[in-house]
Design a protein around this ligand. Structure first.
Ligand code: WTA
Length: 655
């Protein structure tokens, strides 16, 4: 069976929730029962409980023209009102919404009352600049409070935001502005990264410069926040300083209600090939699942918790778990502008100590880079406020999971490994803390209300103990509503493969263990075929990282005359090991280690010891480039790498 992904690595550790945690947790096993009894009624109930609707909905799901779903579609609400005003009206205006920490050490704490007032002013400015219902606004900002305020102000006036990560180039920004037909860009002179101001406004100027192809420029204005002290080129009439316009605007702004299916945002995500896809999300369903998942997965107690998600607003995690989920739930959260190691490698842990962060949500790539530096850094800080840890973005290797729990979580915090995508809008698969006994490396079970399965190429369930393709079998409230301007591509990319079954194809390989728990095996295009066995890159990487010498590993399948594909590993060795061992000996040891751990079939043909791995700006390893090196080809397009120099260094090291 071709979609069968052979599972070879066994991980049997299990961590049931402590009685103490379970006793106070907001979720309970009964959530699963309620959702199973009547899925749509369950979502309706969640939506009514978690959100304020100006016009209550009477219809829950309209799936009459799949794959185009409508949720709660005769209801009306205002997303920004739900994230702001209603908390003030409920008497929580003095609660801190954002503890913002700038990279140089400046900080601001902003209450719900203050953030509401700011967003009202910004909404008035937007309207003065001609932005209203359905208009597109590009946001190209660093992680500063104005970024969150901008998203909410756009939502408040019924417009659509397209946040473009500040690390993207002028060309990427231009492509996104053009595709969405944005009327306004909100940016800053720059933002602090690694101890200096990294400029943003020049990229906007370049993106908006005349390209001589006679195309109509859609952008009318650029609203500019002054964050650094950078000189900026100014275009009179087009450019507007935030600090001139916003304080001068009225702090009165009534939030108008919009239909549930009013578009809320477009977020571009790179496909395997071709131009970025503008993933479209709408209002009522999206906000329902963002708030619901944030509350139950993170066990949120909004009166006492301090929550920190390290994602940038340029990614979906920053949309759903910095802006919309936490603020809809009235949470107090930390946002941080800079890099984890500026000005010192303990910066994140210092921030946790300073704000007494209790819930922390980050990515495996960050955890592994901290493992690489060593536990002595976090151990210098008081992390005792932490009570729950989360992971997102890629499979977390069991060893990284254990390190996270032991070193950051003092050996006691539950860890939620959350599987989801830009397209799913919100968390789909995760343990529920206080309910689920967690397993290192497994994302575990669909959230109550979500239907997931693992199937073979023909769409047949593989059953427990087997691997295959991850599908979502029922529509969910925060699902993408399409690809901006390209309904055909939406159908082809996500729905065509399992058209007969009506399943959404996520593009990920997964395995169900004997208990029915889900293990993500990486993107399907990262799956290798060695001697007729389908092997997961993630599984072999986990084995490599489980070796005490390894800090990080990436595995690719390179074409091989005898085995079809051969396993080739690129490994970063911990600094302490590198000085005491010779690289050739270490590489050989690691080959044998994987052979012992998983079996001879998985033993890498080559292990290359390297100093860095090629990553996208969101931290995903670009295996395609490593495959080029492994197969001795010229390295392909590196423009989406965070650091384009990395590939030439690796190529040189391999030669
Ligand atoms: C991967 C990020 C394993 C997966 C929210 C998915 C994960 C892609 C996990 C989406 C996880 C995300 N375990 N793999 N917990 N979370 N992924 O759109 O391959 O940036 O399809 O959304 O990341 O990435 P995206």
């Amino acid at each position: 069976m071709s979609s069968q992904i052979d599972h070879l690595l066994d991980e049997t550790r299990k961590f049931p929730p402590s009685e103490e945690f379970a006793a106070q947790s907001v979720s309970s096993p009964e959530l699963y029962e309620r959702a199973a009894a009547d899925r749509e009624a369950f979502w309706a109930e969640q939506s009514r409980e978690l959100l304020s609707w100006n016009t209550p909905f009477t219809r829950v799901l309209d799936w009459s023209t799949p794959p185009f779903a409508k949720w709660f579609d005769d209801g009306e609400l205002n997303v920004a009102y739900n994230c702001l005003d209603r908390h003030v009206e409920a008497g929580n205006g003095d609660r801190v919404a954002l503890h913002w920490e700038g990279e140089p050490g400046d900080s601001r704490s902003i209450t719900y009352a203050e953030l509401t007032e700011e967003v009202k002013r910004v909404a008035n400015v937007l309207e003065d600049l001609g932005i209203g219902h359905g208009d597109r606004v590009a946001i190209y900002l660093p992680m500063i409070p104005e970024a969150v305020a901008s998203m909410l102000a756009v939502a408040r006036v019924g417009a659509i935001h397209s946040v473009v990560f500040g690390g993207f180039s002028a060309d990427s920004l231009r492509a996104r502005i053009d595709d969405a037909g944005a009327k306004l860009v909100i940016t800053a002179d720059g933002g602090y990264r690694k101890g200096r101001v990294s400029a943003l406004k020049p990229a906007v100027d370049q993106a908006l410069s005349d390209r001589g192809d006679g195309e109509q420029q859609t952008v009318e204005h650029v609203l500019v926040v002054k964050r650094g002290e950078n000189e900026v080129d100014w275009q009179e009439g087009r450019d507007v300083w935030w600090h001139d316009a916003v304080p001068a605007a009225s702090a009165d702004h009534e939030a108008q209600a919009f239909p549930s299916e009013n578009p809320l945002f477009i977020l571009y995500t790179s496909g395997t090939t071709g131009k970025p896809k503008g993933i479209l999300h709408t209002s009522g369903g999206y906000l329902t699942q963002a708030a619901y998942s944030h509350k139950y997965v993170f066990d949120l107690h909004p009166e006492t918790d301090v929550y920190w998600c390290t994602a940038d607003i340029g990614w979906i995690t920053g949309h759903s778990y910095v802006t919309y989920g936490p603020l809809a739930n009235g949470a107090t959260q930390v946002i941080y502008e800079g890099t984890p190691d500026s000005p010192h490698p303990g910066r994140w842990w210092e921030i946790i100590e300073k704000y007494r962060v209790s819930i922390f949500y980050t990515a495996p790539t960050a955890i592994r880079s901290f493992m690489k530096i060593g536990r002595s850094v976090p151990q210098k800080f008081d992390l005792s406020s932490l009570r729950l840890l989360g992971s997102v973005g890629e499979p977390i290797n069991p060893e990284a999971w254990i390190w996270y729990r032991d070193v950051i979580g003092a050996g006691k915090t539950p860890i939620v490994d959350t599987w989801w995508q830009t397209e799913t809008g919100a968390i789909m698969v995760s343990a529920l803390p206080g309910v689920t006994a967690t397993k290192p490396g497994s994302a575990q079970v669909p959230l109550p209300g979500i239907s997931i399965d693992v199937v073979d190429e023909s769409g047949t369930e593989v059953g427990n103990g087997n691997g295959g393709l991850l599908v979502i079998t029922e529509p969910w409230p925060s699902m993408l509503r399409g690809i901006w301007g390209d309904p055909e591509r939406y159908k082809e990319t996500y729905w065509e493969k399992f058209e007969n079954q009506g399943y959404y194809f996520a593009g990920d390989g997964a395995r169900l263990d004997d208990d029915g728990d889900l293990w993500l095996l990486g993107r399907v295009d990262d799956v290798m075929n060695v001697s007729g066995h389908r092997l997961s890159t993630a599984e072999i990487e986990s084995s490599l990282v489980a070796h005490e010498a390894t800090a990080e590993a990436a595995v690719v399948g390179a074409s091989d005359e005898t085995t079809g594909q051969a396993v080739v590993a690129f490994v970063i060795i911990k600094e302490s090991y590198l000085s005491a061992h010779d690289p050739a000996g270490l590489a050989q040891q690691l080959r044998l280690w994987v052979g012992e751990q998983i079996g001879a079939i998985a033993r890498p043909r080559d292990v290359y010891i390297v100093g860095e791995l090629p990553k996208t700006r969101s931290g995903k390893i670009m295996r395609r480039l490593l495959r080029d090196v492994a197969e001795g080809r010229e390295v392909g397009d590196t423009t989406t790498l965070a650091d384009t120099a990395v590939m030439s260094i690796i190529s040189a090291q391999v030669k």
